[in-house]
Ligand binder design. Structure first.
Ligand code: ADP
Length: 471
């Protein structure tokens, strides 16, 4: 079977979060299972672009409203990632360093999607499935089915995976002129609440929708940033499939980003050495349990609750623990996390920004990973933490609910709490302290977590089953 994945991110070409990790791993596992999986992304000006050799495979042009745009599709030459990676370059629009948050994101992603559809319509053969990810690619199934120029693509199977339903790419109807000529009887497929809503359009037009965990699928029918009714209506074609992790990249025994490699056999010693490196670098105390947070500093992750929760924990529990934060996001929060450094020296430290190497070192060296997320479609951090013997402290939501069992329950290994509140977080930190002091139990939990199979094999097989149901 041949599958074309379309996504704004793909690790290691361009990464802002979990979407990149999934699109950088799932195709590799699909190829290992004997299928042909390919990925196409926008051509961002990243290190990976400059460090690798590329060949041009297609050049084309299209009109987008008043703009006449030319595009080039390039392919990474050496199949380094275990699948064919293609990038679309549209000069002045896509060739930028950051992935998101430009004023012209609507134009950028609409142009990207038209270019991909146009390129696909020129293929001599057709893939069996076009698998689009999130709103940045969700207009493609509409264009394949209803744009006259792309008529030959109308019967190809389509799947949309929703990694984050909060972001929908909505635009005013004035932007309709950007779309290639389409069957106007179908305008309702584009519309949601009087705007063109690419994510809603994707849900309406694709053959199957997946979300990255079963619990998140349920949650979307109740809370989906305005699309609840749509998910309730389309429930029949939706399915939750939990993400796996790329165990070749995320393996404490071989990870080249961490200071000291370790395995389940020497987990205590290995974690201690990695923790020492973190404590030396950030002025923390290796004798105390280390709680870390890695992620976007935004409301979805409950990041704004952490400053108060950290201060309360330090003051009320006599500074018996250390905290280390790595993240970027809301500028006000970034400042707050930064400024706390001077008042909590020896107890707390933070690095603001994106740092892949440090993230790996933190999964390896920390004792606990905090994830108080309000919304967590799947969450990968907790899976990485578990593979590195770090206990996840998570709110009971989405993929966190599906992947973490509280250590108070039979076979449990993590810490789970219900409310996104300062009190629930500090109480969970307190439970973490108790567990930390019970060394035998903690070691047993670490070993249990490291043995859990969170690899892509099972999930990749579920996607193939889904594709087969489209034939
Ligand atoms: P998201 O909602 O951000 O996609 P996920 O848990 O699905 O959350 O994935 C987050 C991914 O991004 C993980 O690989 C995590 O390690 C990484 N990450 C997030 N923030 C940072 C950061 N500041 N530095 C390094 N890696 C980060």
């Amino acid at each position: 079977m041949e599958i074309l994945h379309v996504s704004a991110e793909c690790y290691p070409m361009a990464k802002a979060g979990g979407l990149a990790d999934v699109v950088g791993a799932l195709p590799k596992y699909q190829c290992q299972l004997g299928h042909i999986a390919k990925v196409v992304t926008p051509m961002h000006r990243t290190k990976f672009l400059y460090d690798n050799e590329w060949e041009t495979v297609h050049k084309g042009a299209f009109d987008m409203g008043p703009f006449h745009l030319t595009y080039t599709v390039i392919k990474e030459k050496s199949n380094k990632l275990g699948f064919d990676l293609y990038c679309v370059d549209i000069s002045q629009l896509l060739d930028r360093e950051k992935i998101y948050s430009y004023d012209d994101d609507t134009e950028r992603y609409t142009a990207f999607q038209i270019a991909v559809t146009d390129w696909l319509s020129k293929w001599q053969h057709q893939p069996d499935v076009v698998h689009v990810h999130d709103h940045h690619a969700a207009l493609i199934p509409f264009m394949m089915k209803y744009c006259y120029a792309y008529n030959r693509l109308r019967d190809i199977g389509t799947v949309l995976t929703i990694h984050n339903g909060q972001y929908q790419g909505a635009m005013g109807w004035d932007k309709q002129q950007y779309l290639p000529a389409y069957d106007t009887w179908q305008w309702g497929k584009l519309d949601w609440e009087k705007t063109i809503n690419p994510l809603a359009c994707g849900v309406k037009c694709v053959d199957k929708v997946t979300t990255v965990s079963p619990s998140y699928m349920e949650e979307l029918t109740q809370q989906a940033n305005g699309l609840e009714k749509l998910f309730q209506y389309e429930r029949g074609k939706c399915r939750g499939i939990v993400n796996g992790i790329d165990t070749a990249v995320w393996d404490p025994a071989t990870d080249s980003y961490i200071s000291d490699n370790f395995s389940i056999k020497d987990v205590e010693e290995g974690k201690k050495l990695n923790k020492k490196k973190l404590c030396d670098d950030f002025g923390l105390d290796i004798g105390k349990p280390l709680f870390v947070f890695i992620g976007r500093l935004v409301g979805e992750k409950s990041a704004e609750l952490l400053p108060q929760a950290i201060s309360d924990a330090i003051y009320h529990m006599n500074g018996r623990m250390n905290f280390l934060i790595l993240g970027s996001g809301d500028p006000g929060l970034e400042k707050q996390f930064e400024s706390m450094r001077s008042s909590l020296v020896g107890y707390y430290n933070a690095q603001i920004g994106y740092n892949e190497k440090l993230a790996h070192q933190m999964y390896a060296g920390a004792d606990f990973l905090l994830m108080p997320s309000r919304v967590e479609p799947c969450g990968l951090n907790q899976l990485y933490a578990m593979r590195y013997g770090t206990v996840p402290v998570v709110r009971n939501t989405g993929g966190l609910r599906d992947t973490v069992i509280d250590f108070g329950e039979p076979g449990g290994y993590g810490i789970r709490f219900d409310h996104a509140s300062v009190w629930d977080i500090t109480y969970s930190i307190h439970r973490g302290l108790e567990l930390y002091n019970d060394k035998k139990h903690l070691t047993a939990i670490r070993k249990t977590m490291m043995k859990i199979d969170t690899s892509w094999e099972q999930s990749a097989a579920k996607y193939l089953e889904l594709y087969n149901s489209l034939q």
